[in-house]
Design a protein around this ligand. Sequence first.
Ligand code: NAG
Ligand code: ZN
Ligand code: ZN
Length: 367
Amino acid sequence: MLSPIVLVVLVLVTFVAAADLYKILDVHKSASEKDIRAAYKRLSKKYHPDKNKDPDAEDKFVDIARAYEVLSDPTKRQIYDRHGEEGLKAHEGGQHQPNPFDVFSSFFGGHHQQQTRRGPSSLTEFEVSLADIYQGANIDFMIKKRILCDHCRGSGAASDGDIHTCTGCNGAGVKLVKQQIFPGMFAQSQVTCNECNGRGKVIKKTCPHCQGHKVVDHTAHYTLDVTPGMPEGHEVVFEGEADESPDWEAGDVVLRVRSKKVKGSWRRKETSLYWKQTIGIDEALLGFEKNITHLDGHNVEIVRKGVTQPGFVQVVKGEGMPVFGNRDVKGDLFIEYSVILPVEVTPEMRRKLTEAFHSPSSTHDEL
Ligand SMILES: *[C@@H]1O[C@H](CO)[C@@H](O)[C@H](O)[C@H]1NC(C)=O
Ligand SMILES: [Zn+2]
Ligand SMILES: [Zn+2]
């Protein structure tokens, strides 16, 4: 709650400020939203009573907040331009004006982005090979996007002199139209200016480079830095690299990194790696020594002595994925075996196998 004394001060200030809100912010009447933000940023810091001990600083600070509050709001700005402080008061209908210190803290309190409109961000699923996630990699890619025309810097006009205030609405972007609702009875309503489509400005000669579109197509090149062990679905943000427009601050390009699934190859779950290995029946029964070529080409030597059951999973410690952010530490490798039987048994082999399995010393299970 504001104390009555402060209220009186505010009201007085309002009358004083009625002189010119533009002068208070030290900006031209045609100042852009950006100019107004910049002016507020500069002046509000300069006159903040915490820093400026001049006795007039606080009054000045209050004026600046009020001017910014009105001129940064397109509706209020239009009303002020056309009907002055009186019109504004009618519009606000005796509502409390925001506390100048709240205006200040919401401006500087990290809410920067909310003040300027943010353009759309893009999210792209980006598949990389498991080998790249294992070893780390730099992957070049391209994005087709729109950038501000560098000839007109996003104005759409051939030159600054080709931008004129709309004569249809005097730059307000709206027109008042009188409509007869009953014979002799008129209502006034506000419509978007048809000459400038509400922009308040018209361009006499369009920019030859972008044909007045303000933006041009562009192919931009980037490099994605895949760090070893990057988690599935990890998002890499390229800040402010989405489509540009004079109407917004460009959004982000976000890449969601995933590993390519290759059938019959390596699988990954967090820091664990999975590999399916087929072995022959001789290897399953008698044991074997083998090398598995890892994702980066190094050999993992496996030695099995004795019987390996189909579906058996062998764990090899430290041969899994690197831990994200600590590549020297690795998870485990899980090798799952399947056993391939021969398609045919030759009579010779059959005789030998029968002998081996059916000899009195064999340990054959009757299932
Ligand atoms: C496996 O690879 C190592 C070298 O990395 C080699 O010394 C060894 O003989 C290989 N073993 C097999 C069974 O191929
Ligand atoms: Zn107009
Ligand atoms: Zn242009």
